[in-house]
Design a protein around this ligand. Structure first.
Ligand SMILES: Nc1ncnc2c1ncn2[C@@H]1O[C@H](COP(=O)(O)OP(=O)(O)O)[C@@H](O)[C@H]1O
Ligand SMILES: Cc1cn([C@H]2C[C@H](O)[C@@H](COP(=O)(O)OP(=O)(O)O)O2)c(=O)[nH]c1=O
Length: 198
């Protein structure tokens, strides 16, 4: 049986990742693919529990990192790897690039981040494509004010630099600047990368 493909959409908050992963999933289904749309942290019962803990409590950067890793391990083991092996395509909203961005900016050394990432790699299917969304779509969300300074302009600049650094290191990564583009325009751009993978 032909293996499925692993497609990741990551990058900054509020760039339309959820919107576009929904479009991409439907489009792949129309092309006759078996496909699952999943997300991190989450995608499994444990992942969802960890997500709700992480969203409501404030843990140290290292604790957060380890919880994201635990969620990922479970996700890989229970969902991603079996799906790919059985010929299903996986569209995943956020993956390791988000750890590199967020936990990297919270002071976890890149050496450590890559080391553990490679440690999980023995059962991580190689991504066929990692789309890294930069810029911003839509208006600021009401709840932005309640998140530390993750939505400040300086923070977004730091994140953008970090995404670019990641793009240089990740083999299948592509930067996708979304500012000023409609949903449709962004999706058309995504299809330019995905269509050759069919
Ligand atoms: N290209 C776009 N232009 C304007 N608004 C958009 C665009 N793409 C998505 N949106 C809207 O912006 C908001 C954030 O999109 P979302 O997909 O949730 O982003 P993310 O998952 O990256 O945080 C949503 O209200 C969505 O409808
Ligand atoms: C997967 C992952 C997520 N996160 C954070 C990034 C986001 O703030 C949060 C997920 O929130 P989510 O609601 O999925 O993102 P968005 O705001 O784009 O809709 O988890 C990490 O810090 N490290 C990780 O490894």
């Amino acid at each position: 049986m032909k293996a499925g493909k692993f497609l990741i959409c990551g990058g900054l908050d509020q760039t339309g990742k959820t919107t576009q992963t929904n479009h991409l999933t439907k489009w792949l289904e129309k092309q006759g693919k078996s496909v699952i749309h999943t997300f991190e942290p989450g995608g499994t019962p444990l992942g969802c529990e960890l997500r709700s803990l992480l969203m409501k409590e404030s843990y140290s950067p290292k604790t957060q990192w380890l919880l994201y890793l635990a969620a990922r391990e479970e996700h890989l083991e229970k969902v991603i790897r079996p799906a790919i092996q059985s010929g299903t395509w996986v569209v995943c909203d956020r993956f390791f690039e988000t750890t590199f961005l967020f936990q990297g900016l919270q002071g976890i050394s890149e050496e450590l981040l890559w080391f553990f990432h490679h440690g999980l790699k023995h059962h991580t299917p190689a991504p066929a494509l990692e789309l890294l969304f930069t810029g911003r779509v839509g208006k600021r969300r009401e709840d932005e004010k309640t998140h530390y300074d993750r939505f400040s302009d300086e923070h977004r600049d730091a994140m953008t630099n970090q995404v670019k650094r990641y793009a240089q290191e990740a083999e299948k990564a592509v930067l996708l600047e979304v500012s000023g583009k409609t949903e449709h325009e962004v999706f058309e751009e995504i299809l330019e990368y995905v269509t050759p993978l069919l």
